[in-house]
Design a binder for this molecule. Sequence first.
Ligand code: KG4
Ligand code: ZN
Length: 354
Amino acid sequence: MSLILAIETSCDETAAAVVENGHRIRSNIVASQIELHRPYGGVFPEVASRQHVFDIVPVIARALSEAGVDWADLTALAVTAGPGLAGALLVGVNTAKAIAWSRSLPLVAVNHLEGHLYSNWLDEGDRLTTAALTRPTLPELDAAGQAFPLLVLIVSGGHTELVLMTGHGQYRRLGATLDDAAGEAFDKVARLLGLGYPGGPAIQQAATSGDPTAFDFPRALTTQPEHRFDFSFSGLKTAVLRQVREFGETALPVADLAASFQAAVVDVLIAKTADAAAEFGVGRVCVCGGVAANRALRAALADRLPGAVSIPPLFLCTDNAAMIAAAGHYRLHRPGPTGLDFDVEPDLALPVEA
Ligand code: KG4
Ligand code: ZN
């Protein structure tokens, strides 16, 4: 049995988790800093680092006690090395190194994006979509040697990528955003509409009473052959800005604007994902990252994509350490422990094949 303690401090959540065999969550502790950053309308990096310093030890202690494990029970440690905020990452990485050194435990450095992807391997990870209910879960497929190839849609605050996964740790990038990430677009448009931080949940909430067809916002399908699977959200953001300006002093129809913006993002994400699945003949799509928590996107993925779709439950879409433990489990197996001689990498990209 493998028992991995993972630590995640890449942005504004201090998180630690214990995961068994890469699938079973024994504990998953997340100390969120949302309230701390709300007055700034976004994450204040220095404040985030300081809060991680305060929270990291109690969060780890709680992850161990809720899992009912002791240091001696652990197989290895995993920690997010990037991408993320340098000062925030440093807190997690240095804590993990100190523990690994003092307890003589192997340490695995994990890419945060790979972590999001592996949220689909956690036991709860497959239970959400109606299609998935009647299909084997990823851990089951994996055990039978049939999990790959998979199409992965990563939609987080900093990244929007379509990736073909051909094996554990083996990725081919099919497309990425040419400008803003999907979550970034949600956050910026929320600001334009005077909604709070974080923007994604605020837009989703406002959109519930809005008409998604009220405004015909552009769907940037970037059809040039070299950009077929790329995304672009900055034109959509500008279209919302223009519309907001047109209203001038008149009260904004915030709900309709939010619903129409959200529908445009969802349409583009679904269209590109469906095209890529067809082109590469992939029968199963995994979705992950903070924006995968969006209700309209989840419903559209289940209704409009042919084949099986895995979407993690809400608590595993946003940043957490269980996903880092799951990714760490596979990395520990191959290529093996990282050692202590690595640094944080704020701009780390998913390790794709050439
Ligand atoms: O994956 P994540 O927690 O952090 C990063 O690795 O970036 O993603 C955060 C992003 C934010 O942009 C947030 O606005 C967005 O995910 N988000 C959502 C929802 N919940 C979080 N976007 C749309 N709808 C949501 N319900
Ligand atoms: Zn994230």
